[in-house]
Design a protein around this ligand. Structure first.
Ligand code: 3PG
Length: 343
């Protein structure tokens, strides 16, 4: 696979770079993760054209326009960012190539075009025609075979950006050669995906600490002595909303023993303060374990850590939700495979 980190700045001098980022979060933490790549390209390329998506629109939807992101990018880069509200590719190509050195453009939400989710070759070819090289720094959408993630790599020299490279290295590290004991904490939704993670990591993991919506489902379907389920709960109207105090204490002790920790998903309903004690206890135990190599992912979990101002104490924060789970489940992500197949 070609990595952007292997290119010399001089090699980018006359290139228009298409950069795929993922802006699909409520706040802009994924955007922050893409900034080192964006800044490097904006400094060294002739021009940068950002490709991204938000939500799952069916056709044009003003509420999912990427226009508001222009201002945030402008502030982060300290330079003008031109928003392109249409998909007239010939016109875009001319605009970009006629721009002054270092210009940055942001294209409208590509999912306004149904061809994006269909991994359509014609759209991919049109996108590729705008630039000279393509960089994927959108790990979070690399589990989707979308035109701007997969098909595009057939038509243009393609590389993994700094963020994607770091995701691949850090997630591979905890999956293939984790320092033992490895503790995997799983909560939140996406139950099927998390079951596949358990299945793939069960030989390498000492304990799976399981909470959130996973609990009852897993009780029935997976029977492994390594899976540690809650022994007490906080309930609301008969519904499980959080792990109880005894469970939190037990989880904390298990977390303290680990040398490697992977965490995806809150163990309770963190939208309500009264049901976020369990997740808070887990977060505190994770950061308290200074000896462990810690990897955390999943939108809700990352936002919660940020709220507690504990995110900086994690060795690696994955930008992936579903993408992180697919990677940990041992699946080959289409966006990564496309870069590997690329010569
Ligand atoms: C995500 O937020 O997980 C990615 O941006 C992919 O979004 P999707 O699940 O709508 O394809």
């Amino acid at each position: 696979m070609g990595y952007l980190s292997q290119l010399k700045p001089q090699e980018l001098k006359n290139k228009v770079c298409l950069l795929r980022l993922d802006f699909n979060t409520e706040d802009n933490w994924r955007l922050d993760a893409g900034l080192p790549t964006l800044k490097f390209l904006a400094k060294n390329c002739k021009a940068v054209v950002i490709l991204s998506h938000k939500g799952r629109p069916e056709g044009f939807d003003r509420s999912l326009s990427l226009k508001p992101i222009t201002k945030i990018l402008r502030k982060a880069l300290g330079k003008t960012v031109t928003f392109v509200p249409h998909f007239r590719f010939l016109e875009i190509r001319e605009l970009v190539h006629a721009s002054p050195r270092g210009a940055v453009f942001l294209l409208e939400n590509l999912r306004f075009l149904e061809e994006e989710a269909d991994n359509n070759e014609i759209l991919a070819e049109h996108l590729a025609s705008i630039g000279n090289i393509y960089v994927n720094d959108a790990f979070a959408v690399s589990h989707r075979a979308n035109a701007s993630v997969v098909a595009i790599t057939k038509y243009i020299k393609s590389y993994a950006g700094f963020g994607l490279e770091s995701e691949i290295k850090n997630l591979s590290r905890v999956m293939t050669a984790p320092k033992q004991p490895l503790a995997v904490i799983l909560g939140g939704l996406k139950i099927e995906d998390k079951m596949q993670v358990i299945d793939n990591l069960k030989d390498r993991t000492v304990s799976f600490l399981v909470g959130g919506a996973l609990t009852s489902e897993i009780l029935d379907q997976l029977k492994s002595p390594k899976i540690i389920l809650p022994v007490d709960f906080k309930k609301d109207d008969g519904e499980i909303k959080d792990i109880g105090r005894k469970t939190a204490n037990f989880f904390q002790k298990e977390i303290a023993k680990a040398q490697t920790i992977i965490w995806n998903g809150p163990v309770g309903d963190i939208n309500k303060n009264k049901f976020s004690h369990g997740t808070k206890a887990v977060a505190q135990a994770v950061v308290k374990n200074k000896k462990a190599f810690k990897v955390v992912g999943g939108g809700e979990t990352v936002m919660f850590l940020k709220k507690l101002k504990l995110d900086k104490k994690i060795n690696f924060i994955s930008t992936g939700g579903g993408a992180m789970l697919d990677f940990l489940a041992g699946k080959v992500l289409p966006g990564i495979k496309a870069l590997e197949n690329h010569d």
